[in-house]
Design a protein around this ligand. Structure first.
Ligand SMILES: NC(=O)c1ccc[n+]([C@@H]2O[C@H](COP(=O)([O-])OP(=O)(O)OC[C@H]3O[C@@H](n4cnc5c(N)ncnc54)[C@H](OP(=O)(O)O)[C@@H]3O)[C@@H](O)[C@H]2O)c1
Length: 221
């Protein structure tokens, strides 16, 4: 994957706190820093998609370092095994792994079920798995365009669709979707990636309006 075109971008993280009421202000779609600091991470469990390398791997390491039990996923079993072994060198949380192509709904269902069973629930979902493609629209094949959208957008929908009922059953949770500045700035040769990340931002904001609760007395706050 070629990330050089977006290498200087900051990461946009969309934190979504599960609940039932709507936010007071329409565009308050990122968790404010003070809320993140108040997150009670003790005994929590998390899924990080695309966590065998790059940003996802770093997020998984940070979560394990906080004492969280983490299920990492990606498509390559050998790379998952190596990452799990490395993550479990921490004295704090623990890591398990599960092969899952986020483009495949049945595999996503199996991932969420596996994590919930092995870790006792899913409190935090980090939708990180993503791919870039940097070609003109004329150069981009329909298959490539579909692969970008299916990974960066449909994959996030599948994971949220399966994880939200689990989170609601256990009283709440956090969903963080890894977007990009390419979700707010369009560039030539980035139409597929732009489409996926602009779409992801809209999806994340709509989802936040469905599930966000600001009540800091909520069990998971
Ligand atoms: N790097 C940047 O400069 C940058 C900037 C802004 C935003 N981002 C976003 O940050 C996220 C991570 O980027 P990164 O640079 O860390 O990526 P990366 O180093 O290429 O790692 C991507 C991870 O996702 C996995 N993955 C890819 N396709 C997948 C699929 N269909 N199903 C499941 N897992 C899949 C990969 O493993 P397998 O290939 O083995 O499945 C790998 O573990 C992406 O959403 C990206 O859009 C990155």
């Amino acid at each position: 994957m070629i990330w050089s075109a977006v290498a200087s971008e900051a990461r946009h993280r969309f934190g979504l706190f599960l609940g039932h009421s709507k936010p007071k202000r329409r565009r308050r779609f990122a968790l404010p820093a003070h809320s993140i600091n108040k997150m009670n991470l003790k005994d929590k469990s998390a899924i990080v998609t695309g966590a065998t390398k790059g940003i996802g791997r770093a997020i998984a390491a940070a979560l394990v370092g906080e004492g969280i039990s983490v299920c990492i996923s990606a498509r390559n079993q050998g790379e998952i095994d190596a990452a799990v072994q490395e993550l479990n060198r921490s004295d704090h949380g623990k890591a398990i792994g599960f092969v899952c192509d986020v483009r495949d709904y049945d595999q996503v269902k199996a991932l969420i079920d596996h994590a919930a069973k092995e870790l006792g629930g899913v409190d935090i979902l980090i939708n990180n798995a993503g791919i870039g493609m940097f070609e003109t629209v004329a150069e981009t094949s329909p298959e490539d365009f579909r692969e970008v959208l299916e990974t960066n957008l449909f994959g996030v929908f599948y994971c949220c669709h399966e994880a939200i009922p689990q989170m609601k059953r256990s009283g709440g949770g956090y969903i963080i979707n890894i977007s990009s500045l390419a979700g707010v700035n369009a560039h030539p040769r980035m139409a597929a990636y732009n489409a996926s990340k602009f779409g992801l931002n809209g999806f994340s904001e709509a989802l936040m309006q469905e599930v966000y609760v600001a009540d800091q007395t909520h069990p998971t706050s």
